[in-house]
Design a protein around this ligand. Structure first.
Ligand code: G
Ligand code: G
Ligand code: MN
Ligand code: NA
Length: 250
């Protein structure tokens, strides 16, 4: 309740900023994208845990305005990156089901001059708990506009193979819980191998999240994972630091 109160007005007070974490192609070693991550710096409490901030924002009906700010700020920043670097933005369920979402995003893209094909939206499995015809329609509208869709945190939530078959997705992001056990648990390695095989068969690409060591990277490369993200490669960084980092890594 305290955080909910503090969160009101945080946007107007300019307490939010974004950090960007690079995503690397395993084939080339180059950066092919960056994920925007919300950061809230409270004037007295300092940096607030993002997961907590997002939950409070969702529960108190503030996620739509905060989410719109994130989209705008990230699209503005990404318009200054090289063409080969895509922008990934996390979306909450409330944003995804808003019928105005697609138009809002397209307006922002054209205002900042970022092609729709450079934007990827990360959705979690929570969207599949809803009426599927509606979900499918929303996904198709976004993709028809050229926007890519990634399924975030795959394997941890309500994973079902049924929706992988029926829904238009471009990428599966393999949850870091799997990635981090890949070198120590043969069962986990087998599951990751199977996820990559399913993604390939369905013409989706794969991103392994939370890569923290070189041994994980070696296994992921051997298994044919397309892209990787994690502290071993690059931590989330401020926009200016990212711009400098991109110069050396694209
Ligand atoms: O970056 P960090 O580990 O603090 O992120 C914690 C969680 O918050 C992650 O699950 C991430 O997907 C989510 N998150 C980060 N930024 C955003 C955002 O702008 N919108 C939404 N909906 N979730 C975000
Ligand atoms: O749920 P989502 O995948 O969007 O979460 C992104 C979050 O994961 C970010 O908050 C980021 O800080 C965190 N993250 C990124 N790389 C790593 C990593 O290598 N290890 C761990 N533990 N967290 C990571
Ligand atoms: Mn994500
Ligand atoms: Na994730």
């Amino acid at each position: 309740l305290f955080l909910e109160h503090e969160l009101r007005g945080a946007l107007q007070r300019g307490e939010f900023h974004l950090a960007y974490q690079p995503i690397f192609s395993l084939a080339t070693g180059r950066i092919c994208g960056c994920e925007a991550l919300l950061r809230w710096r409270h004037p007295r409490l300092g940096l607030i845990d993002t997961q907590e901030c997002i939950s409070v924002a969702e529960d108190s009906g503030q996620i739509e305005s905060i989410g719109e700010w994130v989209l705008n700020a990230a699209i503005r920043d990404a318009a200054g990156w090289p063409d080969s670097v895509r922008l990934s933005v996390n979306l909450s369920l409330a944003q995804f089901i808003n019928p105005a979402l697609c138009d809002t995003i397209l307006t922002s893209l054209s205002e900042h001059g970022l092609p729709a094909t450079r934007l990827e939206l990360e959705l979690t499995e929570s969207i599949f708990l809803r009426d599927t015809t509606d979900t499918e329609g929303h996904l198709r509208a976004l993709r028809a506009a050229g926007i890519r869709i990634a399924l975030d945190d795959f394997g941890t939530g309500y994973s079902s193979l049924a929706y992988l078959r029926s829904l238009p997705l471009d990428r599966i992001k393999i949850d870091r819980a799997f990635v981090q056990a890949i070198t120590t648990h043969p069962e986990t390695a087998a599951i990751v191998r199977a996820i990559i095989a399913i993604a390939k068969a369905l013409d989706m690409d794969t991103c392994a999240e939370g890569v923290e060591g070189g041994a994980q990277l070696t296994v992921l490369r051997a298994e044919g994972c397309d892209t990787v993200q994690g502290f071993a490669l690059a931590e989330p960084m401020a926009p200016a630091a990212l711009a400098a980092f991109l110069t050396g890594n694209i």
